[in-house]
Write a protein that binds this ligand. Structure first.
Ligand code: BJW
Ligand code: ZN
Length: 249
């Protein structure tokens, strides 16, 4: 579908150096990674409170690991899509472009983005909750049941951020710094319901950024953006790219 971009956005792009792209599960939907919420969301089938918090993990590690092993397997088979690639391309136009993502799927890095802040961890990493020993996915998959630490026998968990857990402090602080100095802030494919990540768009706007939401449907946060562009990330972003300054010269 042909996207129409506002004059205001195109003018902003002409004069901008600092751009932050904030992403959620929607950017990876077109790669075949299920989103969390919505009609096709993961949590129509699984309850978040059963799976994405530490107490649930302690009570039912087998169930939680079944879910994560399934998702690790899915993520091995998927590839970055045109949305991820367009964001990576932006680095050629805006060398200081930063991606702040809630996703744990590695697809931004695999698409070529080099400045990626992962707010909710990374599904490729695992660690022992007792001694901190990292464990590779091969070590995880070699164990049929919920994996145990090869060093101390403790429980191993995926290195992702569950409800009630702090985001990695350094990643959060760097993200806030980038967001507060952004001139353009693009929010792509997130429902904006999970905090503190969902506070970043309003933080950007308060600090003076021109903020844009790209989503297939309105979100709780839509009213707080400078403008909203309805549509799929993989459609909209590749159309926006050639309109960025250096590429049109
Ligand atoms: C497309 C598209 C296409 C589709 N193109 N678009 C009460 C009030 C306020 C806050 C709280 C509260 N009670 C608890 C809290 C805090 C809690 C929270 O926010 N809860 C709310 C749900 C109420 N937050 C936390 O606990 C966080 N930590 C924290 O606050 O620490 C401080 C603290 C410490 C101690 C005690 C208390 C507080 C941690 C949050 C961790 C979130 N973790 C997860 C799981 C990660 C691991 C894993 O993947 O397994 O992160 S939850 C899940 O949601 C995941 C995501 O990153 C996150 C956000 O989801 P996202 O990306 O927005 O996906 P969806 O599915 O929701 O949306 C997809 C969107 O894409 C939709 O809008 C579609 O329309 C769109 N879309 N296709 C464009 N092609
Ligand atoms: Zn251990």
């Amino acid at each position: 579908m042909l996207a129409i971009f506002s004059k205001r956005l195109l003018e902003k792009l002409e004069s901008t150096e600092r751009i932050v792209v904030f992403t959620g599960a929607g950017i990876s939907a077109e790669s075949g990674v299920p989103t969390f919420r919505g009609a096709e969301g993961l949590w129509n089938k699984f309850k978040p409170e059963e799976l994405a918090n530490f107490d649930a993990f302690l009570q039912n590690p087998e169930l939680v690991w079944e879910w994560y092993k399934y998702r690790k397997t899915v993520m091995k088979t998927v590839e970055p899509n045109p949305g991820h690639r367009a964001i990576a391309e932006m680095e050629r136009i805006f060398p200081s472009a930063i991606v702040v993502t809630q996703n744990i799927d590695n697809l931004h890095r695999r698409a070529g983005s080099s400045h990626v802040f992962e707010l909710h961890g990374n599904i490729d990493r695992n660690y022992c909750i007792d001694c901190g020993q990292p464990h590779s996915n091969d070590e995880i998959f070699a164990q049929e049941r919920a994996p145990r630490c090869l060093k101390c026998g403790g429980m191993v968990r995926p290195d992702v951020v569950w409800f009630g857990e702090m985001l990695p402090v350094d990643v959060w602080e760097e993200s806030v710094k980038a967001v507060e100095s952004a001139e353009i802030f693009l929010s792509v494919g997130t429902s904006g319901v999970v905090y503190p990540a969902a506070s970043l768009p309003s933080m950007a706007r308060r600090a003076g950024a021109f903020t844009v939401e790209i989503n297939i449907e309105p979100t709780d946060l839509s009213g707080s953006f400078s403008e909203c562009i309805p549509g799929k990330a993989g459609d909209i972003l590749p159309q926006l790219l050639p309109l960025c300054p250096q590429r049109s010269q």
